[in-house]
Design a protein around this ligand. Structure first.
Ligand SMILES: CC(C)(COP(=O)(O)OP(=O)(O)OC[C@H]1O[C@@H](n2cnc3c(N)ncnc32)[C@H](O)[C@@H]1OP(=O)(O)O)[C@@H](O)C(=O)NCCC(=O)NCCS
Length: 192
């Protein structure tokens, strides 16, 4: 039911003109920052990790890691007032580059009612800026094939579909369980 509502809202925001109006309105109230360790609970709530059956799953651990060590990466958050309304995790996996080369973006998400207002684009933009500062050569992410809004966002931000054979094997395994096919995209960092 929730998925049907989310898809309906995504379709509603399909016309670019509608998104432009949202940007000029609610989009202006969002404030962006790099999350601090004390944001852990609020970000977990935003992602609704606390409601998951496995509680402390791999994403919770990743969030923990990036909030406690700059070496591993960082979490970016967008807030309106004192509420987190968007987030993303920028991370790298030292010692596991065979599966996860260079830097990766995970959990890019915006509150369902605020989508289409430019918040996702700003979060990804800030994440890419952080990746530059952290010395990244490229930033990877995976996205479900039918996720029109996310695909539009990543294409707009200069991500291109790539092949990373080891990670693809893992994705195929996950697709068998979840039924969701995913693609991998990469944004090369150009230094001038
Ligand atoms: C994907 C998501 C993060 C995009 O964030 P957002 O704040 O809604 O997107 P923005 O308003 O910043 O839009 C940026 C670009 O994305 C694309 N886009 C966003 N919504 C779109 C829609 N409904 N249909 C088509 N393209 C869309 C457009 O290219 C847009 O640029 P434009 O408005 O200049 O045309 C958001 O929809 C979301 O949280 N979705 C659910 C979680 C998710 O799927 N995350 C991605 C995991 S890989």
């Amino acid at each position: 039911m929730k998925k049907v509502a989310a898809n309906a809202l995504m379709e509603l925001r399909s016309p670019k003109t509608f998104r432009r109006i949202l940007r000029g309105g609610i989009g202006k109230y969002a404030v962006y920052r790099i999350a601090a360790p004390e944001d852990l609970l609020m970000i977990s709530r935003f992602y609704q990790y606390h409601k998951r059956p496995n509680g402390r799953g791999p994403m919770t651990r990743l969030l923990d890691d990036v909030l406690s060590s700059n070496e591993r990466g960082c979490a970016l958050v967008a807030s309106v007032g004192d509420r987190i309304v968007g987030s993303a995790i920028l991370a790298r996996f030292p010692g596991n580059e065979e599966f996860f080369p260079d830097w990766w973006l995970f959990g890019i998400a915006v509150h369902i009612l605020l989508r289409g207002a430019g918040i996702g684009e700003s979060i990804v933009g800030i994440a890419l800026h952080q990746a530059v500062l952290l010395g990244a050569k490229s930033v990877y992410l995976s996205v479900s094939v039918g996720n029109k809004a996310a695909l539009g966002l990543y294409e707009k931000m200069g991500f291109k579909e790539v092949s990373t054979p080891n990670f693809e094997i893992m994705l195929k395994g996950m697709a068998k369980e979840s039924g969701h096919q995913s693609k991998i995209f990469c944004r090369k960092i150009v230094r001038v």
